[in-house]
Design a protein around this ligand. Sequence first.
Ligand SMILES: [Zn+2]
Length: 74
Amino acid sequence: MAKTRNILKNLTIEQAKGKRTCHTNSKHTIEAGEYHLAQEVAPMKRENICVECAGKVFDLAEQYLAELRKQLGV
Ligand SMILES: [Zn+2]
């Protein structure tokens, strides 16, 4: 049986090794040791998203996914 493809595996939760700036809102800071959402946008290139923004990002992604499913009827 074919394994189902995970189209979201470029998204992971990471623990910041140093102080980072949130990619979604440059006023947000991710402190060293803090957990955050990371999106690998290209090999070895990550965009870091703080916890506060991650909730909104997930909300939007869920709406978008629901819309895609509706359009395809699955
Ligand atoms: Zn943020």
